[in-house]
Design a protein. Structure first.
Ligand SMILES: Nc1ncnc2c1ncn2[C@@H]1O[C@H](COP(=O)(O)OP(=O)(O)OP(=O)(O)O)[C@@H](O)[C@H]1O
Ligand SMILES: [Mg+2]
Length: 150
């Protein structure tokens, strides 16, 4: 049972954003508590994705505040969101199909060696560990993900 009495982990307060004349999100307030799993429901075009994009830094809300552990934070881009441990997994397929699995997995957060160069060996090793859990049959580590499976 989630304790909803303390400070929320994430608060969206009175968030609004418009695109031209369309009010995509209109004064929305949401509290999220540690350990809570929340579903956001609404018809097509209700504003669900837009609200989440405000939290994930893809859009900047016209109005409202975002608080993490009770502190107001500025989320101006996805990097700011990530620094607050906010990750977004989009419903649409979001792979860079010209890159291999490791490059996709670490896109934007590439592992680097002591000299600051991208450490492809380490990225592949980490990817192999993760894929062993997700899909042990996956073998195509060194080809673009667009390549058909055989
Ligand atoms: N970048 C944009 N430019 C203009 N209008 C937009 C943009 N993004 C969303 N909208 C509009 O804002 C409204 C909310 O769209 P949004 O995609 O957030 O809805 P949704 O609840 O996620 O819908 P769905 O269930 O179809 O995913 C819609 O009217 C949509 O057309
Ligand atoms: Mg959507």
């Amino acid at each position: 049972m989630v304790d909803r009495t303390g400070t929320p982990l994430v608060e969206l307060r009175d968030i609004s954003i418009s695109f031209g004349g369309i009010k995509a999100v209109d004064h929305v307030t949401v509290d999220l508590y540690p350990g809570e799993v929340v579903g956001l429901l609404g018809h097509n075009g209700a504003g669900k994705s837009t609200l989440i994009k405000c939290l994930s830094g893809a859009y900047k809300a016209d109005q409202g505040d975002i608080l993490i552990n009770g502190q107001k934070v500025e989320i101006n881009n996805p990097r700011d969101a990530r620094s607050q441990n906010i990750e977004t997994i989009y419903q649409t397929l979001a792979l860079a199909d010209n890159l291999d699995a490791a490059s996709n997995l670490f896109l934007g957060r590439e592992l680097v060696n002591g000299l600051g160069f991208v450490d492809e060996t380490k990225m592949e090793a980490e990817t192999r560990k993760i894929m062993a859990r997700l899909n042990p049959n996956f073998r195509k580590f060194n080809v673009p993900v667009s390549m058909p499976r055989s």
